[in-house]
Design a protein around this ligand. Structure first.
Ligand code: GSH
Length: 245
């Protein structure tokens, strides 16, 4: 590992993929410097500034800069960090079959766990907060049913005979999944409530990363509070007062 140099990351901890990157950096002790970019749907939109757009034309967080090398996409960032830095091998195993198991989950994650868990949070929390309208129950129920299918597959395929999603030890795949499945808690919904197998997995992930999990998720509360305050102010300015979380 290079010494005296910090990996730069641009993160908003209200964002699930950002939290996964933050947890890996924290618990592997890779020296990093973090710039807060409020990019979540209800926040300031700092990801749309000219400077940030130069860094990531897609205007999304997370972004990593390592010695001038700019990388976007949490999946790529996590795997790059685990490969480049001297971190325990279990995060992204070198052995081809074990590595392929991680790639198998992460490829699936971006069209399953991520959109399905995120949609529940968006429908239940963000859209009502932004628009002042009530939760669209029909859409929410469809989203919950899609998420249920995903949770079934997590249990029956990925966790069938092993403690973590891709084997006997924690990998970057578990971080991506755990951060995503935590997001609906922002609206008070524990999507794993009726799922003891997944609850046990979540506890194993939390124990494996220790304080790093809480650090990333304490910030979700802080970010949330900041977001809620700005929504609240916005609504006062507009002179209508509705849903205040
Ligand atoms: N596939 C990307 C997703 C990144 C992403 O969607 N980031 C969101 C926050 S969770 C964002 O920056 N949204 C701002 C926007 O779309 O305007 C990853 O895993 O890094």
């Amino acid at each position: 590992m290079a010494t005296g140099r910090l990996v730069e990351v641009y993160l908003d901890l209200l964002s699930q993929p950002c939290r996964a990157v933050h947890i890996l950096l924290t618990c592997t002790k890779i020296p990093f410097e973090w710039t807060l970019v409020l990019a979540s749907l209800v926040c300031a939109g700092e990801h749309r500034t000219l400077d940030f757009t130069k860094l990531n034309p897609m205007q999304k967080v997370p972004v990593m800069v390592d010695d001038g090398f700019v990388l976007t996409e949490s999946d790529a960032i996590l795997k790059y960090l685990a490969t480049k830095y001297d971190v325990p091998e279990h995060w992204y195993p070198r052995q081809p079959e074990r590595r392929a198991r991680v790639d198998e989950y992460t490829a699936w994650h971006h069209t399953n766990t991520r959109p399905h868990a995120a949609k529940v949070f968006i429908l239940e929390v963000l859209l009502p907060a932004q628009s002042g309208s009530l939760v669209d129950e029909a859409r929410l129920n469809r989203a919950l049913s899609d998420l249920d299918d995903t949770l079934d597959k997590l249990e029956s395929m990925f966790l069938r005979r092993q403690p973590f999603l891709c084997g006997d030890d924690i990998t970057v795949a578990d971080l991506l999944a755990a951060c995503e499945l935590t997001q609906p808690l922002g609206g008070g919904r524990d999507v794993l409530k009726e799922r003891p197998q997944l609850q046990r997995w979540r506890s194993r992930v939390q124990s494996a990363v220790g304080e790093a999990f809480d650090k990333a998720h304490v910030s979700i509360n802080l970010s949330m509070n900041r977001c809620w305050s700005s929504i609240f102010e916005m609504k006062i300015k507009k002179s209508y007062l509705y849903f205040v979380p």
